[in-house]
Design a protein around this ligand. Sequence first.
Ligand SMILES: Cc1ncc(COP(=O)(O)O)c(C=O)c1O
Length: 426
Amino acid sequence: MALDLPALEQQHADFIKAGLKLDLTRGKPSFEQLDLSNALLESIDASLVSKNNDDGVDLRNYGGVNGLKQSKVWFADILGLPTAQSENNIFVGGNSSLSLMHFSLWLAFFIGFRDNTASWQQEAQEKNSRVKMLCPVPGYDRHFALCEQLGIEMIPVALTGSGPDIDQVQQLVSQDPMIKGIWCVPRFSNPTGEVYSEATVTAIAQLGKIAGNNFLVFWDNAYAVHVIENDAPVLSNIAEKAAQAGCEDSILQFASSSKMTFAGAGLAALASSQNNIQAFNKHFGLQSIGPDKINQLRHTQFLPSIEAIHQHMAQHAAILKPKFDTVDQILKQELGQDNNLGKWTKPTGGYFFSFDSQQGLAKTIIDLAAEAGVKLTPAGATFPYGRDPNDCNIRLAPSYPNLEELTLAMKVFCNCVKLATTKATI
Ligand SMILES: Cc1ncc(COP(=O)(O)O)c(C=O)c1O
């Protein structure tokens, strides 16, 4: 389809004149989604706060660094782990799983994750090499920022639609013992929305067998229960597969309630082998005398079972689905699917769309959108070091704006895609 450049330019000028201020940058829950959890703000059963709880402690006081018993069961349910394992295999902390990832990376890098294991840094010094990590792309910019802070060399690996290219992963890991970890967002990946296949999960669970010493899979299951479509693929259980392969010590699973309840006042968890959790407790206990246990109780009372959690997430889905449908419909209407303007897939859960423009156009499109009042995640942000080698990937985050704002933002975006593509082909 030939596009009419003057008409596209006129449309763009009209959008600029309208003085829009729209934002599709970060995956934040909307106002209505946050309202779904307002019952958390109401008083909790006060009789449980002082000693009359499963832990038999006064929740108002210091202590219990690794979390309340019932909050560990809560996360075991979310991650599909047996309740019996929750006590020794889960750590529940404050409101950010990212901070647990940061601490884990820091522990492995500087100290050695478990007692009697060498730190990554020490091994790198001895071998006169660098610590490296595999980064499936496009991926989550904050994972990459954590690596960059420690000078960890990031090696991009292509995502395939059902997880990272596992042949490439296995080849790299088996050839270079200084590859010490891999980042994974296994369900509704940020930003592609893909869910790792069973074969991929099985292979990742066993990487510890072919990798160098002290290899860690950072299994960031941030969207474990964040289903939007009923037919969303289920994720295989990596803990079971790792246990079968004897690789439990190489799997760190993270989850949080940030996009279930309040992003700024929720709970986060790390699940791993008993050895790893013991070591984590010991080191984390140096920087905190205990988490907000009252908030942990509040969450488990508000959503007292996995069924209640799924029902609550269905309410989120009812708010998110029209937004995801809108993005998909406008992309289809405005760009069509056969005229090479861009590629995307509609996710069945999570928070993002991943859009690929023609090569070399992402930055131009994002700059044009900014000019017309629509902020998008910076070009390259979904790649290590902010460098998208094809300059084509753009992350769209539809959750925060209302439907009217989202519709307008997507129309502006599509016009920018058409304008940039048409100019590039003249
Ligand atoms: C993949 C992924 N991991 C972690 C986070 C942040 O999690 P938390 O709020 O628990 O720190 C996000 C937030 O967007 C995310 O997309």
